[in-house]
Design a binder for this molecule. Structure first.
Ligand code: M6R
Length: 608
């Protein structure tokens, strides 16, 4: 996730911005840059790679000036190149811009307002820089930014400086956080409070659609289409590390809470209401070619493989294309039968998992169409695939995956929708899925509000030494994922079963010291699940159920319930996994585990 840091004051801006970039490193990035302004001239340094590379590039040179902006970039539009690194200039080099987020209509803006402009990068941000500069020739920088913000669709955390308006920062927020630090005749702006805290603890957080004009004399905040707003600063008493976690105790908890936001990044600009379908930019296949695909293989490891299991179910349901999910570490040693009518998706958060990567290479060798579905931009899987889609979950720092999982499932369902609409899924059914998609962020928020209750349940259950997770149909992979989360975070033994399989063996485990976590939401298999739970109850295992809001009946069978809002069956996994993530998290907190770095595990598994 990109990071912004800006400064205006009486000190040298360069070193302050540089130190700020270092404090933003934890957010993840692939290039970085700084621009300062002195006597009407920009001084800019940018580099691909880490802040050390930027420092090396800068050498002994001084970035002169007492105001400027810095940026760490996590690539979205355009590869990881020097040209794409921020800050970007307008065409005449009078305005510089750093931007977090995605401008969805940047092509339309380019076409409509900037026809004769030459661009140096492939970024959406450079379009903003050109547009602001163009408007600023006829109005103030603030008014120019205002005008541009009214034209854009998408998300932004924005910082703008101009050589024509000294000692001034214009910053704006929609969807991408910005904090303003208030010092003694100096101001700092950053994506979070971390780089600001060494200088001041007086912070104003901008809300969506707010923007600010900041000079040496003060900071005035405005709301789009509404004019000036008065905002009080808050005194922050977090440490820098706490600030990186945005006040959450662990990255894991922060990332679980990121989900309602990042799911919107996954479907932003990709849902097509008019045709009841979806469209993924990097897919690199025409509808005609896609219609010829007669088999889909979903390749992944660990949590990503459970996302693929959900994908398998949804592809078959919506697109009616035979689909198999395959674990990378097994697939690579088989002799898989693949041909040019097979579409293989390699699904990976890191984009570096060796077993998935080697399996992808094997699939390519066999002539299959290979597409990456990854989070880390420019990662090896993304580079080596014939195309693909970024899941846009933002950096995931906790070893245990959470938000990457929900975004993988989301993107897989969008692909299934696309393929469904190419075959026999009706417009009405496609549109219904889109409408339900849009309701998810709010429903996810409502589940997150149950965290205190889930924490209490976790404290009650943390004493057990074994767990069994049960699910059926599309929720069986969620049982697997819930169990996987519990194991890796708490080190408690846990396994997952399709509930209907219990009578073939696992029933022997059931006893009062062997709790069952059951996903029993109201769908076509609800009655079957309910009977399975009766069998569990008869054997005295405590049952914690995930059930649909309003289902009072389930209380008679189970010991505890966490209620989930209703959605359509294919979207249930996206909601049902959240209480299981929270449950695993709180059990592990209660057991005082090393949450963000569980023992024996690594975030990116680049070995066999
Ligand atoms: O980066 P990837 O998604 O390819 O990683 C795959 C697995 O290593 C990963 O999901 C692992 O299981 C996590 N620790 C799950 O929380």
């Amino acid at each position: 996730m990109c990071g912004i840091i800006s400064y205006v004051g009486r000190k040298k801006a360069g070193p302050i911005i540089f130190a700020g970039l270092r404090r933003l490193e934890y957010r993840g990035y692939d290039s970085a840059g700084i621009v300062t302004v002195d006597k009407g001239k920009f001084h800019r340094v940018r580099s691909v790679g880490n802040i050390d590379a930027l420092s090396k590039k800068l050498g002994k040179k001084e970035l002169k000036g007492s105001y400027g902006i810095g940026h760490t970039r996590w690539a979205t539009h355009g590869g990881v190149t020097l040209e794409n690194a921020h800050p970007h200039y307008g065409e005449d080099g009078e305005v510089a811009v750093a931007h977090n987020g995605i401008i969805e209509n940047y092509r339309e803006l380019k076409e409509k307002y900037l026809k004769n402009h030459t661009f140096k990068s492939q970024t959406d941000t450079e379009v903003l820089a050109h547009l602001i500069e163009k408007f600023a020739k006829e109005m103030s920088l603030k008014k120019a930014v205002e005008k541009v913000l009214a034209l854009v669709t998408g998300t932004y955390g924005l910082a703008v400086v101009s050589v024509k308006e000294p000692n001034k920062l214009i910053v704006a927020r929609l969807g991408s956080p910005l904090a303003i630090g208030i010092g003694e005749k100096e101001y700092f702006v950053a994506s979070d409070a971390t780089p600001i805290l060494p200088y001041t603890r007086e912070i104003i957080y901008l809300d969506d659609q707010e923007y600010a004009e900041i000079t040496l004399d003060g900071c005035q905040i405005y709301k789009l289409n509404q004019g000036k707003v008065a905002k009080e600063s808050q005194t922050i008493d977090w440490s820098a590390e706490e600030a990186q976690k945005e006040g959450f105790e662990h990255f894991m908890l922060k990332e679980i809470h990121d989900q309602p936001k990042v799911i919107q990044d996954a479907f932003r600009g990709r849902l097509r209401e008019k045709i009841g379908s979806s469209y993924m930019g990097g897919f690199n296949m025409t509808d005609k070619q896609a219609r010829e695909i007669d088999r889909i293989v979903l390749l992944a490891c660990g949590t990503a493989s459970y996302a693929c299991m959900v994908g398998e179910y949804v592809f078959e349901r919506l697109a009616k294309i035979p689909t198999d999910f395959e674990v990378g570490s097994e697939f690579r040693y088989r002799n898989p039968i693949l041909d040019e009518k097979t579409l293989v998706f390699s699904v990976s958060q890191s984009g570096e998992t060796l077993d998935t990567l080697v399996s992808q290479r094997e699939a390519k060798r066999k002539g299959a169409n290979v597409r990456g579905l990854v989070n880390v931009v420019g990662s090896t899987i993304a580079r080596e695939a014939d195309g693909g889609t970024y899941i846009h979950a933002g950096p995931e720092l906790s070893v245990a995956s959470s938000k990457a999982f929900t975004n993988m499932v989301t993107v897989l369902i969008m692909y299934a929708l696309y393929f469904g609409r190419l075959h026999d899924l009706s417009f009405e059914d496609g549109l219904k899925i889109i409408e339900e998609f849009k309701k998810l962020p709010q429903k996810m928020e409502s589940i997150l509000k149950e965290a205190p209750k889930i924490k209490k349940l976790a404290q009650k259950y943390s004493k057990y030494k074994n767990f069994l997770y049960l699910g059926r149909g599309i929720n069986f992979p969620i049982a697997l994922e819930g169990s996987h989360k519990l194991k890796e975070l708490s080190y408690i033994h846990s396994e997952a079963y399709p509930a209907g399989e219990m009578k073939h063996g696992a029933n022997a485990l059931l006893a009062s010291d062997f709790p069952v976590v059951a996903i029993a939401t109201k769908n076509d298999l609800y009655d079957k699940m309910e009977s399975n739970l009766q069998e569990v109850k008869a054997r005295k295992s405590p049952i914690l159920a995930i059930a649909t809001k309003g289902d009072k009946k389930i209380q008679k069978t189970v010991s505890d319930v966490i209620y989930i809002p209703k959605t359509i069956e294919i979207l249930e996994p996206i909601l049902n996994v959240i209480p299981l993530q929270l449950f695993a998290y709180y059990v592990s907190v209660d057991l005082k585990r090393n949450i963000d770095q569980p023992r024996n595990l690594a975030k990116s598994v680049t070995v066999e």
